[in-house]
Ligand binder design. Structure first.
Ligand code: AMP
Length: 433
């Protein structure tokens, strides 16, 4: 048999043996976000193409090479979202949220789309968890964002994160810095990759963001010779004060960080703080996520000047690390019903009743007793409830607990109570550990 269709390149299916870990991670994140006071916002998966082109910058890789752009049947130019922030800010403006409170804390999660070269941990459809703090220019807002980022990862059991921070200043100081870089790189044009030669014309700062070996070698040489100016040396006094306050705040919050002069982020709308988080177990190039301040973004979308800071976490990479570490979502106790010829109908009714409260497996193929027992043994169900014909006639069932190895016969009407008591007993033990 030849299968006629495959998942599109760069996409993948998450099968039932993987989704419990995703659900666990998502639930843990929701808990942290709630405790930080963030509200969920859900925006469309596609928006006007112009929204992304304008905010990310025409020269950005995302717009130039990675956008899933299409024309719909009504001739509208649309694009699948390559990131969350632009859509969330569009919604914030359109809904008038800004008029209701000065500061908003928002999170979103879901698929984003980028037409890149697929690899392990790099997909064309991937999942992000995105947070935004809109309305505050204070350094404390940046600190809260970075702290929230780290606390999400702590909730997922990560203890070895590297938080890289930098300040990308304001558009004016960036332009000046870009000019300085252009002068520095001009004599080394030939040593740059083709992409970076083009960046030299359009946006020299992006050369610092390169993943190309050739570029990286040149950058290393320039740094070693102290010939590469840093952006931090070009930012103005106000930005410098903001930067110092952010670092002091991170120290006060107990967040460990490293300053990374090469961190410039891929999008044009960032101002001041930029950050990225890596895990020591992943290759240095693959960030788990990153973010920064985007004080110019809302104005760019036609709103009143409003500051904001945010981040996006790559869930696929995060889950890859969790899987590599062998972390599994704890599964609940499963009850497996085993029926005889004469108790099949009763088992169907009992399964339905118990499923109001418990996870229940029950044969639907009218298979024999031993086939059902075999399946039950393989499924890893904790409880086995056997509906023998004679016992059932007496109003009884047999309950076997594979965890303790005990078996008891009990009144059918007491079954739910017994299961509840046994599962709660375990829960209490778990809590005491
Ligand atoms: P960015 O908006 O590019 O900083 O992306 C934020 C995070 O999303 C990255 O740090 C990655 O973890 C994740 N990410 C970005 N692109 C991809 C991709 N193509 N596949 C999987 N994860 C990605």
């Amino acid at each position: 048999m030849s299968v006629k269709h495959q998942a599109p390149r760069g996409t993948r299916d998450l099968l039932p043996d993987e989704t419990p870990l995703w659900r666990w991670a998502e639930a843990a994140a929701r808990g942290v976000l709630e405790r930080y006071g963030y509200g969920e916002i859900r925006t469309p998966m596609f928006e006007d193409y112009e929204l992304f082109a304008r905010t990310a910058g025409e020269s950005s890789d995302v717009v130039q090479k990675e956008m899933y752009r299409f024309t719909d049947l009504g001739e509208r130019q649309l694009a699948l979202r390559p990131e969350f922030t632009a859509g969330v800010m569009r919604a914030w403006l359109e809904s008038g949220l800004g008029g209701r409170a000065r500061v908003h804390r928002l999170w979103s999660a879901g698929p984003v789309f980028r037409y890149g070269r697929p690899a392990k941990g790099r997909y064309r459809q991937f999942s992000q968890l995105n947070c935004e703090l809109v309305g505050s220019a204070a350094p404390g807002a940046d600190v809260e964002m970075i702290t929230l980022f780290v606390d999400l990862y702590e909730a997922w059991g990560f203890r070895d994160l590297i938080v890289l921070v930098n300040s990308v200043g304001q558009p004016a100081s960036r332009r000046a810095y870009g000019e300085r870089l252009r002068e520095v790189f001009a004599p080394h044009r030939e040593a740059l990759s083709a992409d970076s030669q083009q960046r030299l014309e359009t946006n020299p700062m992006r050369i610092l963001d390169t993943k190309d070996e050739k570029d990286l070698a040149l950058l290393a040489t320039l740094r070693a010779n102290n010939a590469l100016p840093t952006l931090l040396d070009s930012i103005d006094e106000a930005d410098r004060a903001h930067w110092d306050a952010v670092l002091a705040g991170l120290e006060a919050a107990g967040v460990r960080y490293e300053v990374d002069h090469g961190l410039v982020r891929g999008l044009d709308y960032y101002t001041r703080t930029a950050f990225e988080v890596h895990d020591r177990s992943l290759a240095s190039q693959s960030a788990l996520g990153g973010g920064g301040r985007y004080d110019g973004l809302i104005e760019m979308l036609g709103g009143a000047p409003t500051p904001g800071v945010g981040f996006a976490i790559g869930m696929d990479r995060t889950l890859l690390v969790l899987q590599q570490r062998g972390i599994q979502a704890a599964s609940g106790d499963v009850v497996c019903l085993v029926a005889m010829e004469g108790t099949r109908a009763a088992a169907t009714a009992l399964a339905r009743e118990l499923r109001r409260e418990f996870t229940v497996e029950c044969d639907v193929e009218a298979r024999g007793f031993s086939a059902q027992m075999k399946t039950a043994g393989k499924s890893g169900a904790r409880f086995l409830v056997i509906l023998g014909e004679d016992e059932w006639a007496r109003g009884e069932v047999a309950l076997k607990d594979s965890r303790t190895g005990t078996q008891q016969t009990l009144a059918r009407i007491g079954l739910a109570d017994a299961l509840r008591a046994l599962t709660q007993e375990t829960w209490k033990q778990g809590e005491a550990l």
